[in-house]
Design a protein around this ligand. Structure first.
Ligand SMILES: O=C(O)CCC(=O)C(=O)O
Ligand SMILES: [Fe+2]
Length: 260
């Protein structure tokens, strides 16, 4: 996938499947720098969260590693796909790195849970259907015997069955109906290697996993960039500019009805 195909072929594949593996997105020097940073933070206990499926996460890298992190925002390896899909409405939402030091079978999840329910959730007569994308950079080898990233097949253009909706949220119970349903669907496994990236639609259910221990000194890891579509991008013409408001209220403070 990715390599040896034209941009148009790759884009068509992304649009059909909802994901695309991009080989050698980062050089090994960059990968080593990231490993050094995240492994060091892990040894020092400097991470944000360790969850019950085996993900240790880092959410503050824009502040902690500003240069390295900014270099990956719309990185040239993924930028053409973000640009073709989201264009000027592409907005970085969040950056989250993960390490998996112990056993790891991620919960089936989509990063954008509410993609299919936006009209209903907005509770208004006009709505914008926002679209979100992940670009995930892999820092270690996911060889088939050792690790994987799995997508539920053919689910980027249709929602999950309605009766499963109530089960959509973080769950480590493998018998949860959404977890079981995903287990039973046809899958596609990707095996991203160190430096590879996966671009995918954030509403597509997926699951990372690792089988057995990591090779010495190579804790399975990745860095995820979430992008959202924002219709009010710089360059859209409006009589005023929002910066004074953002500075005064903070971003959250500018959404008066957004709770819940
Ligand atoms: O562990 C993995 O490979 C999955 C990472 C993930 O959930 C994501 O990229 O959104
Ligand atoms: Fe995810």
């Amino acid at each position: 996938m990715g390599k040896n195909k034209s941009f148009e072929e790759n884009l068509a594949q992304l649009e059909r499947d909802g994901f695309l593996l991009i080989k050698n997105a980062l050089d090994m020097e960059t990968v080593q720098k990231w490993r050094g940073s995240l492994y060091g933070r892990y040894r020092r206990g400097e991470y944000d969260r360790r969850n019950s499926v085996g993900n240790v996460s880092y959410n503050q890298l824009l502040e902690q590693e500003p240069e390295m992190t900014r270099a990956l925002i719309a990185h040239p390896s993924v930028a053409p796909y973000l640009k073709a899909t989201l264009g000027k409405q592409c907005q970085l939402r969040s950056v989250r790195a993960h390490l998996n030091p112990d056993d790891y079978t991620q919960e089936w999840h989509m990063d954008f849970y509410d993609y299919w329910y936006q009209e209903e959730k907005v509770d208004a007569s006009r709505f914008v259907q926002g679209f979100c994308m992940n670009t995930t950079f892999y820092l270690t080898d996911n060889t088939p015997d050792r690790a994987r990233l799995t997508f539920v097949k053919d689910l980027c253009h249709r929602a999950i069955p309605e009766e499963l909706r109530e089960h959509l949220w973080y769950r480590d119970d493998r018998n949860n109906p959404f977890q079981r349903w995903c287990d039973e669907q046809p899958h596609i496994d990707l095996y991203p290697m160190s430096g590879d990236a996966v671009v995918f639609y954030s509403h597509l259910p997926h699951q990372g996993a690792k089988m057995g221990p990591d090779p010495d000194g190579e804790i399975r890891g990745n860095i995820v960039f979430h992008y959202q579509q924002n219709p009010m991008y710089p360059g859209i013409r409006f009589v005023s500019h929002p910066q004074v408001t953002l500075d005064a209220l903070g971003y959250d403070g500018t959404f008066p009805f957004a709770e819940g």
